[in-house]
Design a binder for this molecule. Sequence first.
Ligand code: ZN
Length: 709
Amino acid sequence: MFSPSSSRFGSLIIVLILLLLISCNQPNTSEEAGQSLYLQNRVPLAAKPYLELPLGAIKPTGWLHDQLERMRDGMTGHLDEIYPEVMGPRNGWLGGDGDGWERGPYWIDGLLPLAYILNDQELKDKVQSWIEWTLDNQAENGYLGPVSFDAEPANEPGLQRGMRKDWWPKMVMLKILQQYYTATGDERVITTLTRYFKYQLKELPNTPLDHWTLWANRRGGDNLMVVYWLYNITGDTFLLDLGKLITEQTFPWTQIFLNEANYDNPVSPWHYSQLKRYPFDPDEIEALSISKIGSMHCVNLAQSLKQPVIYYQYDQDEKYLRAVKKALADIKQYHGQPQGMYGADEPLHGTDPVHGVEFCSVVEELFSLETILTITGDMEFADQIERIAYNALPAQASDDFSSRQYFQAANQVELTDRLQVSYQTLGHGGTDFVFGTLTGYPCCTSNMHQGWPKFVQNLWYATADGGVAALLYAPSEVILKVADNIDLKITETTGYPFREEVKFKFGLNDATAFPFHLKIPSWTNDASVLINDKKWQGSINEGLAIINRKWKNGDEVVLRLPMATKASRWHDFSVAVERGPLVYALKVRGEEKSKDRKDRFRPFTEVYPADPWNYGLLENDMKGEEISNYRIVENDWDGSYPWNLENAPVQIQMRGIRVPDWKLTSGAPYFPAFWGTYRGDAEIEEITLVPYGCTTLRITEFPVYRLSE
Ligand SMILES: [Zn+2]
C-alpha cells in the first residue's frame, strides 16, 4: 500500500502518529456517536454529520499546493517584513505598545494553517512567537491578550493602539488557539481557554460584548464557536451557560435574517454603526433586513451567517437553519453578484455589478459556510463555498500574492485611483480597487490569508458514521482513520473545477467497510460514479452520494459531473454565463502602471484595459437558462497554476456585439440603456469568456441586446 518512496513514507508515518496522538487528546464524548474517532459534539449539543480533521491531515497537491507556496513566498509568509509597523515586535499581541487590536491575530489566523499544511518550520516559528506570548501572558484573572494602557494612548497614524480590552480581537485569537491545538495537541491551550472563558462568564454581565466596540456584538458567533469546541473537549458545563450569555449579547441575527424585505424604506449607508448597543432596541431590530442598503456592514454579515447555526447546535430549533438559508437567498436577490458575493463597500450597496466586494467578506463568508457545512451537512452550502472559492477568491490577490484589491467587482474594466463608485471612495483616497498592500484599508492585508488554507482544511471530513467525506473538490491527499480505527489514505486527482472528472484512489492495509460521502453539485443533472470501472447503482439524495461498501487497497472511484453552460440573470436582468462551479467573464487584457502618491496607501498598481470591453450578448442566443451558439474550448493544461489569462484551462467562445455608447462613468462601466431594440450598426463578433478567477479586468454581467432586423 501507499507505494511509498522513503521520505514521503516517513512523513506519512509522522502524520499518522500525530493523528493518533491528537485523537487520543480529544476524547470523543458524544453519546450518540460513541465510535467517532474525531472530535464530535458532546450532549446536549446536536451531533455533527461531518467532523473536521486535524491540521496536517489534508495535503493539497497540484495547483492548490502551488497556490499555498505562492502565499508562503508572498505576503502571507512575509507580512512581518512587509508591514512591520503593525506585525513587528511592537504589536500588543507580542507584548509591545503598538497595534493591539485585530490585525495581528488576523494574520496569524491564516499563517498558522498555512504553516502546518505546508509543514514549513520557518512559518511555524513565526506563528509560535504569537502563540507563546499569548499563552505565557494570561493575567491572573484570566484576561487574554494585549495589556491595556492606563490612559488611552496617543494616536499613531496607521496603528490601532487603543481598544485593547475589546472582546472582538480576542475572538480571532480563540480561533487561532483552536487550530493550534488541532495541529499540536498542546494542552496549554485547554487550560488557557478554560480560564479565559471563566473570566468572560464573570465579566460579560458588567462589560457586555459591545462595551468597547460594536464589532464584538456583531461577531459573537466566532466567540461561541470556540466555547462549544472547548465544551466538547472538557465537558465543563459552565461553558454552556457562557454560550447562552454570549448569544444573548450577540446581535440578534436570526430575527434579522427572518425579517421581511423592506428595501423601499432606505436608511443612511452608515446606519449599521448607529444602532443602539446591547440591550438592543426592539424597534430598530424589527426594522432591519438584508434587503436594506446600509443595514449591515459587509464583513459583519459574512461572519454572522454562521452564528444562528452555531447556536442551533445547542437550541435545536429549525428556525436557525431557515434563517441562514433565507439570508443567503436575500443577499443574492438584493446585493448579489455572480462570483458568489455581494456588493457592500462597506455598507450593503445593492446589486449593481460595479459595486465593490471587500476581501475580508470573501474569506469570512467562506469560513462561515465551511463551519455551517460541518454542522448541517446541507450541500447547498458546499456549492456556495465552491462558487466563492473558485470565482471570487483567486481574483482578488495578485498571482504572486504580493498585492490585493480592497474591493473587487463583477464588472471592473479600469482600476485606477480615479474610480468613484464606493461609499469609501473619499475616505480611502480613491484606492479601493487598485492592487496594493495598504490600499483601501489594511484589514484585508491582514485577514486575506485564511481563505485558501481553510478551504484546504475543508476538502475532507471524517463522517459521524465512521467514514470519509469529500464535499469540495480539488487535487489533494488525505490521511485519516475510518471504521474501527483503520488507517486510510485517499489521493484525489482532478482538473476540477475546469474539468468534469474527479478521481479517488484508496490506500489501506486491510479491506474495510465504511461509507464514502461525495457531494453531487446542484448544477449537474446526470452525475455518475464509477467504482473500479463499474457504474455505481446507488441513489443520490439531497446532493449526496453515500457509497457503503467494503473498500480495499487500490480501489478507484471516478466521479463524473457533466457541466452545462447556462445563463443566469442579475442586475437589471443582465446575464452572466456559468458552467459548473465556474462563472465566466469577458477576457480583457490589462496594462499595469505603477503609481506612488507618497501617502499612507503606499505605492500601488493601476490596471488599464488593453482590449475593448464594451460588449453585450445577443438576446437571440438566450432562452431562459439555455444558451445557443457557443463553443467550449479546453486549452492544453498540465494542472499547473490556472488563475490568469495566459493559463486559463478553459474558455467559452460566443457571440456578442460591441456597444460604442457604453463608456466609463466616474471610471466605472455603469450599464448603458439596453432595453428595446438596438438600432446601432454593430457587427456580430465572436467574443472570448474565461473563468472569472482568471481575470483582473472583466465584464461578468452583460447587457443583452435584441438586434433590429
Ligand atoms: Zn478587510
